[in-house]
Design a protein. Sequence first.
Length: 228
Amino acid sequence: MAQDRNALALLIGEPLPAEIAAGERAFEAQTFAKTLPAGLPAELLLRRPDVRAAEHALKAANADIGAARAAFFPSIQLTGFYGQASNDFSALFQSGHTAWSFSPQVNLPIFSGGRNLATLDLANVRKRIEIAHYEQSIQVAFREVADALVTRATLDDQLRAQEALTRASDSSYKLADTRYRGGVDSYLSALIAQRDLYTAQRQLIVTRLAGAVNLVQLYTTLGGGWKE
């Protein structure tokens, strides 16, 4: 429990609130937001970190394409000091000793077409890859939400059945214990009924824990819950 408290404190970046750190309430007494409202918009998934990361990667790929296309413009410094062309500009044409001035300086590569075409092709390939990654992140998000919702419906049914079984096991144990104390049955019957009750109680705790974990999964898959 101390390790779990330390992990939680590290996660939230501050000491745990007193009501959480104490941990005195029984598990079944703790309250959770168990009901999901109808009509949750799919836009909730846009808050997921993986989807947002994929969007930023796609934007970055588009920016790379823009930079690659910009590289097709000439890359010569046109300084124009005293009406003279720059050395780079003069070397391009092996002539021309005068030129009009440009302000500010401009960087423009002219004769790098093959290299720039390869750069543009690579940028387009990266864009297609990032589009595929983005599509995959969206598909994963919808699948995880669907899985969590299906699991939640199953857990609700399982929890109701397990609660009913625990109540029945408790009644059975009480009856077996009464019969033993009345001399009707042996102690073995009471022990068997008690074992069944403990098994049902333990499974009820496991089912409740699975329901709590499922709520955390829903909160995560929806990008931080179902509220604005």
